[in-house]
Design a binder for this molecule. Structure first.
Ligand code: NAD
Length: 354
C-alpha cells in the first residue's frame, strides 16, 4: 500500500492519472495538491472526491512548507509531479508564471522531498524514507525535428525553443541534479502530445471539437503541416504506472503514442468522427480555417520509444483513430463539464495546438 502525492491533479493529465491510479490501486491513499489556476478544474475530480482514501488540498507547489507538511502528515512515499504552466502560447505572451511554477515550483518540491525523506531521518539517526519522486516532462525539451530527422531518444541533446519548453528543461535538470548530488530517488518521463477526456477547451483537440459543434471556424495554424506524436491520456497514465513500478532510479523514459500525424490530418479525423456521431447538412471539415502561424512554431516532435519498450515492456494500446473516437464521444457526453469552463473569463480567446 502506498501514499501518493499528485501535484497538478486537477489539470488534464493529472486528473486522468488520479482516476487511473485509484482504479488500479484502490487500497492506496491519494493526496492531490493543486493551485487551481485557470487550467485546474475540481469538477474533473468529481468521480473520486468523496472516496475516503482521497484528499484534495488547494495549494501552490512553490509553498515549500506546505509541501513538507503534506509529505510528513500523510506519510507520502511517492510523489508524481504534473503541476505546471503548460500552454505554449501563454508562455509567449507571459513567461513569468512559467518560470515561477515550472522552475521554482519544481525546486520547491525537490527541497521539501529531500528534507522529509532524506535529511530529517538522517538527523534522527534513521535510514531514509523509502520513496520515489517522479517528474512528468515533455518532448518539447528536445526542440524541433525536420520531417526526416530521427525521432527523439533519451540521449537527444536538449534544445528548447519556447519559454514553456525552456522552463520544463530547467526543471528536468534540477530533478536530475537532486538525484546525482543528494541521492534523491527520481525518475523522469518526457512524453508527446496528450489528448483525451478532461482536456482544457483551449488545446487543439477540444478546440476543434467544440468549435465544430458551435458552427464556428476551426482554426489551424499555418498550413497545418506541423507534426505531433499523439498519445491517448490513459496510455500515458499506464506508462507512468509502469515507470513507477519497474523504472530504474535516476533514469528518464520517453513516452510516445506511436501515432505521428500532421495537425491538418488530425483535425480532419476529428471532423470525420463528428460527421458520424453528430451528423449535419455540411461536413464539419468545411469549417477549417488556416490562421497565422505561432512564432517559432516547432515543426515536428517524434518519440523513439525503444527504451520504455525494451527495458520496461511498455507500449501504447490505443490507436489515434480509436482514441479520437473515444475523445469525441466523451465531449459529446460531457457537455456540462466543458460548458462550465467556457463560461470562465479569458477562456476561448486563445488557440492551442500543442
Ligand atoms: P494542465 O495545464 O492541464 O494542468 C496543470 C495543473 O497544474 C492545473 O490543474 C493547475 O491548476 C496546476 N498548477 C499550475 N500551477 C500550479 C502551482 N504553482 N501549484 C500547484 N498547482 C499548479 O497541464 P497538463 O496538460 O495536464 O500537463 C501536466 C504535465 O504534463 C505538465 O507538467 C506538462 O508539462 C506535462 N506534459 C503535458 C503534455 C500535454 O500534451 N498536455 C505533453 C507532455 C507533457
Amino acid at each position: 500500500m502506498k501514499t501518493v502525492l499528485i501535484t497538478g491533479g486537477a489539470g488534464f493529465i493529472g486528473a486522468n492519472f488520479v482516476h487511473y491510479w485509484m482504479q488500479h490501486y484502490p487500497q492506496d491513499k491519494v493526496v492531490v495538491i493543486d493551485a487551481l489556476t485557470y487550467a485546474g478544474n475540481l469538477a474533473s475530480l468529481d468521480p473520486v472526491k468523496d472516496q475516503p482514501n482521497f484528499t484534495f488540498v488547494k495549494g501552490n507547489i512553490c509553498d515549500t512548507e506546505l509541501v513538507e507538511k503534506l509529505l510528513a502528515e500523510h506519510k507520502v512515499d511517492t510523489l508524481v509531479h504534473f503541476a505546471a504552466e503548460s500552454h505554449v502560447d501563454r508562455s509567449i505572451t507571459g513567461p513569468d508564471e512559467f518560470i515561477e511554477t515550472n522552475i521554482i515550483g519544481t525546486y520547491s518540491l525537490l527541497k521539501a522531498a529531500k528534507k522529509v525523506w532524506l535529511d530529517q531521518p538522517a538527523a534522527a539517526g534513521k535510514p531514509p524514507v523509502k520513496h520515489r519522486f517522479h517528474h512528468v516532462s515533455t518532448d518539447e525539451v528536445y526542440g524541433t525535428l525536420s520531417a526526416t530527422d530521427p525521432a527523439f531518444t533519451e540521449n537527444t541533446a536538449y534544445a528548447p525553443n519556447s519559454p514553456h519548453s525552456a522552463s520544463k528543461a530547467a526543471s528536468d535538470h534540477l530533478v536530475r541534479a537532486y538525484h546525482h548530488t543528494y541521492g534523491l530517488e527520481v525518475t523522469t518521463s518526457n512524453c508527446s502530445n496528450n489528448y483525451g477526456p478532461y482536456h482544457f477547451p483551449e488545446k487543439l483537440v477540444p478546440v476543434v471539437i467544440l468549435n465544430a459543434l458551435a458552427g464556428k471556424d476551426i482554426p489551424v495554424y499555418g498550413k497545418g503541416e506541423n507534426i505531433r506524436d499523439w498519445l491517448y491520456v490513459e496510455d500515458h497514465a499506464d506508462a507512468l504506472l509502469t515507470v513507477l513500478a519497474k523504472g530504474e532510479v535516476g533514469r528518464s523514459y520517453n513516452i510516445g503514442g506511436e501515432n505521428e500525424a500532421k495537425n491538418i490530418d488530425l483535425v480532419r479525423m476529428i471532423c470525420a468522427h463528428l460527421d458520424v456521431m453528430r451528423p449535419k447538412d455540411t461536413p464539419y471539415a468545411k469549417q477549417i480555417t488556416f490562421v497565422t502561424d505561432r512564432p517559432g512554431h516547432d515543426m515536428r516532435y517524434a518519440i523513439d520509444p525503444t527504451r520504455i519498450r525494451t527495458e520496461l515492456g511498455w507500449r501504447p494500446s490505443v490507436t489515434l483513430e480509436e482514441g479520437l473516437e473515444k475523445t469525441v464521444r466523451w465531449y459529446l457526453d460531457n457537455e456540462d463539464w466543458w460548458r462550465a469552463l467556457q463560461s470562465r473569463s479569458g477562456v476561448g480567446d486563445r488557440l492551442g495546438t500543442g
